[in-house]
Design a protein around this ligand. Structure first.
Ligand code: HXC
Length: 535
């Protein structure tokens, strides 16, 4: 065809004269589509609404960009005919799968349809999810699962179990390669919980989502304990006590809004860095509030969130695992438009001490950020590890080591600011210079030492205090002496363990400049299969 010649297309007359079998096949396609898209039918859709839940297709519509969803495998059907399945039609085999755009970026996703056999997972259902997962890996895009299911499809027996295992295997292959997000929008029971557990982030809806290995009746029969779905595996239980859920939403709408917000901080896959946004804030902005925090009396607690807000672009902080192990705070901020993961001790809870839950929470967050090239900012105010029998017997040695391991392994740019206390082993752990913090700052009020002044005086001057005429007066003198000498950042700065003692008010510009400097950081790893994190 010549350059300026317009393509002719099919002449109108020919289009009207389609062969009759083509017309009937088109009609058949439309019928099949309509039947599959109807899900479990009006009655079950009404029951779904009565439970306060949206349908799978409504969920996808609400989550993704307008008109961007491309469905795959709509016409897949189960081969199983046992226990009456042969006489039933299971629309789309109870799961809607495909790819779409969210905020302009491509994702793969699946949404289980509770209106079709309770969203139960048979082999065809599982294979549809697996195909979506394989496509996410091939295209290098995030995978989002919207879960609402009664678990293994009882009629399909062991094939359902095989289907789950295929999903678990892919979750692990995809782990650290593409971000994986699970939203639990109804029941999630038995071994089915392990696919979400293998993903990076779990969202639950307050009062609607439930996750458990065995239900209340089995719990009662096995252990005699009485519970209901909510206390056993509701959103509050899993976000506050078990730490299974990273986010709680008040509604499905709120959940999808949060997923979109989370995705904004993440890259598409491990070969990319997160997209920077246009900086919304002055990178040189100084802070009076941080100056005031830096001037607080040593024992006075402050709100660590306020410190994070002051440092972040636009005072915005997207917190992860907000309700769990609140003695450590993790989440995402932007610094001069770049996505950064923040880990901070929280002096308002357990005085910011590290315990088992905080160590595991921090380690998991650090591992995620490191997998996906998100730099780490660590804000330190830690008196040490939380003491006690419960912690020791619970495995604080083994489980606390995870945080240390995660920091030591992380090769992304790491900037650390010691705000106030950094005592004992916890000083080492919290991204110290020794475990390869790249740029380490301290405020002038920082206290970096082996133990706190009280503890030091009790050990060092035990005999003297016992013999003293006025032990309390003498203790106060000794504490003041120790504090003046050791409870400062200057011993550490003298040895180069702190790169610079900075005024609290300039923390934001200093941190931004440090990350800018570290942009080209590359770390060569030892050639090994993988490390052995203490699990
Ligand atoms: C087949 C199922 C099903 C399942 C629910 N349905 N779960 N069909 N296999 N696992 C069907 C119901 O028969 C019903 O069909 C419809 O879904 C809606 O279920 P209801 O019970 O009416 O809904 P509701 O009262 O809201 O209760 C939801 C529920 C309950 C709590 C999930 O259905 C339930 O307890 N289901 C069984 C859960 C279970 O034991 N799953 C197996 C877990 S073991 P009709 O036709 O009446 O609408 C497991 C192993 C995985 O998952 C191992 C992986 C390693």
């Amino acid at each position: 065809m010549a350059m300026n010649e317009k393509p002719q297309g099919i002449p109108k007359a020919d289009r009207q004269e389609k062969r009759p079998e083509v017309n009937s096949k088109l009609r058949l396609l439309h019928e099949k589509r309509a039947r599959a898209e109807a899900g479990g039918g009006p009655e079950r859709v009404a029951a779904q609404r009565a439970r306060g839940k949206l349908t799978a297709r409504e969920r996808i519509d609400m989550l993704v960009d307008d008109d961007s969803f491309e469905e795959i495998d709509l016409l897949v059907e189960t081969k199983s005919a046992d226990f009456g399945l042969g006489e039933r039609y299971l629309a789309a085999d109870g799961v809607v799968t495909g790819f779409a755009r969210i905020g302009g970026r491509t994702v793969c996703l699946y949404a289980q349809d509770f209106t079709v056999a309770g969203g139960s997972l048979g082999l065809a259902h599982a294979m549809k999810i697996c195909k979506a997962m394989d496509m996410a890996i091939t295209a290098g895009v995030p995978l989002i699962g919207l879960c609402d299911s009664g678990g293994a499809r009882i009629q399909e027996g062991v094939e359902s179990l095989g289907g789950y295992a295929e999903i678990f295997y892919r979750n692990v292959q995809a782990s650290g390669y593409v971000p994986q997000i699970s939203a639990i929008l109804g029941p999630c029971a038995g071994g089915a919980v392990y696919s979400p557990a293998l993903t990076d982030f779990i969202f639950m809806i307050d009062g609607v989502s439930h996750m458990f290995i065995t239900g209340p009746e089995v719990v009662k029969a096995a252990t005699g304990e009485t519970c209901d779905f909510e206390s056993l595996g509701g959103a509050d239980t899993h976000s506050r006590l078990s730490g299974v859920a990273h986010f709680v939403a008040g509604s499905e709408h709120d959940c999808f809004r949060q997923i979109r917000e989370l995705l904004d901080f993440l890259p598409q896959n491990c070969r990319e860095t997160p997209k920077a946004v246009m900086a919304s804030d002055d990178p040189r902005r100084e802070s009076d509030l941080l100056e005031r925090v830096g001037e607080l009396a040593a024992g006075k607690a402050y709100k660590i969130h306020e410190v994070i807000w002051e440092i972040a672009d636009g005072h915005q902080f997207f917190e992860v695992h907000k309700n769990f192990a609140r003695n450590i705070v993790c989440g995402f901020v932007r610094l001069n438009g770049e996505s950064v993961g923040v880990i901070a001790n929280n002096p308002k809870v357990l005085s910011g001490a590290l315990d088992i839950d905080a160590s595991e929470k921090g380690a998991r967050f650090i591992n995620f950020c490191d997998s996906f090239n998100i730099p780490l900012l660590t804000l330190v105010d830690v008196p040490g590890y939380w003491p006690g029998l419960e912690q020791e017997h619970g495995g604080i040695i083994r489980r606390g080591a995870k945080l240390l391991y995660a920091y030591c392994r992380a090769s992304v740019p790491k900037v650390t600011v010691v705000l106030r206390k950094a005592y004992g082993g916890a000083y080492d752990v919290m991204s110290s210079k020794h475990i390869r913090g790249d740029v380490n700052f301290a405020w002038p009020c920082a206290e970096i030492a082996a133990v706190g002044p009280q503890g030091a005086v009790n050990v060092l001057y035990k005999a003297e205090l016992k013999a003293a005429q006025d032990p309390e007066k003498r203790r106060a003198e000794l504490i003041a002496e120790y504090t003046a000498k050791f409870a400062s950042p200057f011993q550490a700065a003298k040895r180069g363990y702190i790169d610079e003692v900075i005024e609290a008010r300039v923390t934001r510009p200093k941190v931004i400049r440090a990350f800018k400097f570290l942009k080209g950081k590359k770390v060569e790893r030892l050639p090994k299969k993988h490390g052995n994190i203490p699990i």
